[in-house]
Write a protein that binds this ligand. Sequence first.
Ligand SMILES: *Cc1c(COP(=O)(O)O)cnc(C)c1O
Length: 422
Amino acid sequence: MNKIATKVTDQMDFFEGNDPVALAKQYGTPVYVYNERILRERCRDLKNLVTYPKFVVDYSAKANCNLAFLQIVKSEGLEVDAMSPGEIFMERKAGFAPEEIFYICNNVSAEEMQYAIDAGVHISVDSLSQLEQFGQIAPGHEVAVRFNPGVGAGHHEKVVTAGKKTKFGIEPKYIPEVKALLEKYDLKLIGINQHIGSLFMTGEAFVASIAALFEIAKQFPGLKFVDMGGGFGIPYKKEFDEAPLDLKELGEAIDKALYKFAEEYGEQITLRIEPGRYISAECSLILSEVHSVKHNHEKKFVGCDCGFNVLQRPIMYDSYHGIEVYRGSDVKSEQTETVTVVGNICESGDILAKDRELPEIRKGDILGILDAGAYGFTMASNYNNRLRPAEILIRENGEVVLIREREVLEDLLRHQIALKNV
Ligand SMILES: *Cc1c(COP(=O)(O)O)cnc(C)c1O
């Protein structure tokens, strides 16, 4: 294999001695590739974030819900969040006990709440009307409530999930109404939670938000836990040496806040975080083959088989993913050039990287689209009736295993019902 641009995967020893060109040939492209060692490291980073004894990391499975992936997360001693009955179902299949699952729902039907109650998981509701609905179907039950303390953060307007302009959580001014509903339905409030948004790279907003959340918690004696939410960011521009989140500094600030809260609250209750992306993003990349290189008016386009049905983040959030280049032949690339890397979907918005400076790319090259493990496969679709890709895992000993088969054409017919007469 000819290393055309491989800085980030070399630094991480991502392929553990495997050849990405050979993997692409063996498993086909596009394919999601995961590295087990890096996944385990990210789990441990956050488990060891603080010294506070009753600290729980709830992996937020919406970022990546592959069964094998969840099994590894479980084996690292993390618990999980769920956002839907489907996630609860997958988490149970991966071996999580009901009490290790925290269902954080948003605008759901009574049937869906009932599913979660029957599954025996912890449940959080995020509006007064949903609390009322919960009380009606499960009077006397335990419940958690999601608050919106008014502090938001995130890398894009679409992922800021607290603050004054989002749909999530209950405003603190409604605490009396929350208490009245708890009393009316004899509900036991076991926890409160928040999630301010995704991908913060400095801790100020998070630390400010937990202080605000703890003020709310103090108004509810007898809680079992307070859940501080997720949003821990990762550096998407690693090829430019973007610095990672300073976990030491953030961990110390959080730790201080946790002990202070426990003292003021009068009890060391369980304090949780809910990271999704931090755990899952960096242990994965997509291998995609270049099928055409062309000039169109002034621009040079590199066309590969990773359309936005495979990776939605660029089109959905304008997000940046680093791109590496691997080549089967020993032809070198002498220079860099500015290209736009696009997929194979029939939409002009199907762009992975716009005007990106990359070494000269040739037809047949394999691209590595980095940091694809969070909100990658879970957002993949069958748009254009394309098949969702396979997922493979590089084990810690370097062995490669298939953890999801590529779809086949027959999968497109599943659940469709043809007319008997037309
Ligand atoms: C999405 C989500 C998370 C995880 O967000 P990340 O940015 O991936 O850490 C955590 N909690 C809730 C409630 C979420 O909706």
